[in-house]
Design a protein around this ligand. Structure first.
Ligand SMILES: [Zn+2]
Length: 106
């Protein structure tokens, strides 16, 4: 077995493969690298891209992932749509928590 482990903090093991006729859902192995470095929550559903000045203010070491709650705690404010880049991950239909949708204003 390699060093990748199934996520123990969420029960999402696969996601449907949208836009294809594949009957077998795409396998997703949750990885510790998707866990928030502050609270260890799986950030699988909170994947986003912020402008680097915002991200580096919250995470000067620029390592790991932060969930929205911990990121906002570090920033001392709520995120707004203007904090998010135009990266495709912020604009395509994808997995998102209600909180992330709220901050993206979608
Ligand atoms: Zn967190």
């Amino acid at each position: 077995m390699d060093r990748t482990q199934l996520c123990g903090s969420c029960d999402v093991g696969s996601i449907p493969t949208e836009g294809t006729n594949l009957k077998t859902p795409m396998k997703v192995i949750h990885n510790k690298k998707f866990h928030c470095i502050d609270c260890n929550k799986d950030t699988w559903n909170e994947y986003y891209m912020l402008y680097s000045k915002v991200w580096k203010k919250a995470n000067p070491e620029d390592k790991g992932m932060l969930c929205i709650d911990c990121l906002e705690t570090r920033l001392g404010r709520k995120l707004t749509k203007k904090d998010f880049t135009k990266a495709i991950i912020n604009t395509i239909e994808t997995r998102r928590t209600a909180k992330l949708k709220n901050r993206l204003s979608i």
